[in-house]
Design a protein around this ligand. Structure first.
Ligand SMILES: Cc1cc2nc3c(=O)[nH]c(=O)nc-3n(C[C@H](O)[C@H](O)[C@H](O)COP(=O)(O)O)c2cc1C
Length: 200
C-alpha cells in the first residue's frame, strides 16, 4: 500500500439490501470518489444487525485493559475490530435511513460498540475529547416524510453529534429526504449534493 492510498470505511444501515436509497447514494458517491485512485475499501453492512452491548460487555469495557480476563478481551473483540476500521479510515461514508425519526437499531448498536472511553474518546478537565481526529465523514440520509435537518430529524443530528463526540467533526450530509412526496426531485437534490461534495 503506497502512502497515497486512501482508506474508505463504508457503513450501510438500511435493512433493505436491494432497493435502498441510502445504499444507492453511497455507492454512487464512493464509485466517483475512488475512480482512478488507489483505495482500500472497508465495509460494514448492518442489515442483519449487530450484537447489543450488555452487562458483561460494559463491565469488560470499564475494566482497565491490563486487568481484563481472556473472556473479557473476547467480549470486546468485535468492538475492537469495528474501531480498528474506523481508526484506519481517512473517509467514512455512512448510509442513514430515517427510521421512526431516528437511526436504525443496527446503526445504534454500531455506535454503542465504537464509542469507547479511552479508545475513541476520553474525558479531560475541559470535558470530553474525541480521539478519532483527521477524518472526513459523509452521511447519506434518506427519509419518507421527515425533512432532514428539521427538529424532528433526530437521525442526522444524532449521527453528527456522535461522530463529533469521537472526534469526527468534518461531516457532510447528503439528503434524499421526503421521498414519499416527490422521489424524483429528492433524488435529484441528493445527486447534486454528491456532485458538490465531490467537487469540494
Ligand atoms: C421501519 C421504518 C421506519 C421509518 N420511519 C420513518 C420516519 O420516521 N420518517 C420518515 O420520513 N421516513 C421513515 N421511513 C422511511 C425511510 O426513511 C425511507 O424509506 C428511506 O428511503 C429508507 O432508506 P433506504 O431506502 O436506504 O432503505 C421508515 C422506514 C422504515 C422501514
Amino acid at each position: 500500500m503506497t502512502k497515497n492510498t486512501q482508506t474508505i470505511l463504508r457503513v450501510d444501515a438500511s435493512v433493505r439490501t436491494g432497493d435502498s436509497v441510502t445504499r444507492d447514494l453511497t455507492t454512487r458517491f464512493i464509485d466517483s470518489l475512488t475512480l482512478g485512485t488507489e483505495t482500500a475499501l472497508l465495509r460494514h453492512d448492518l442489515a442483519s444487525g449487530l450484537p447489543l452491548i450488555d452487562e458483561a460487555w460494559t463491565s469488560a469495557n470499564f475494566t482497565p485493559e491490563e486487568d481484563r480476563t481472556d473472556t473479557q478481551k473476547q467480549i470486546l473483540e468485535q468492538s475492537d475490530a469495528l474501531i480498528a476500521d474506523l481508526q484506519a479510515a481517512d473517509i467514512i461514508a455512512i448510509g442513514v435511513p430515517v427510521y421512526n425519526f431516528s437511526i436504525p437499531a443496527g446503526l445504534k448498536a454500531w455506535v454503542d460498540l465504537i464509542a469507547r472511553a479511552r479508545v475513541t474518546f476520553r474525558y479531560t478537565e475541559n470535558g470530553p475529547e474525541g480521539l478519532l481526529t483527521g477524518k472526513k465523514a459523509y452521511l447519506f440520509v434518506a427519509s419518507g416524510g421527515t425533512p432532514v435537518g428539521s427538529e424532528i430529524d433526530f437521525a442526522t443530528s444524532y449521527m453528527k453529534h456522535m461522530l463529533a463526540f469521537v472526534g469526527i467533526t468534518d461531516v457532510t450530509v447528503i439528503a434524499a429526504d421526503q421521498m414519499a412526496m416527490d422521489a424524483d426531485a429528492s433524488l435529484a437534490r441528493a445527486k447534486s449534493q454528491i456532485s458538490e461534495a465531490l467537487a469540494a
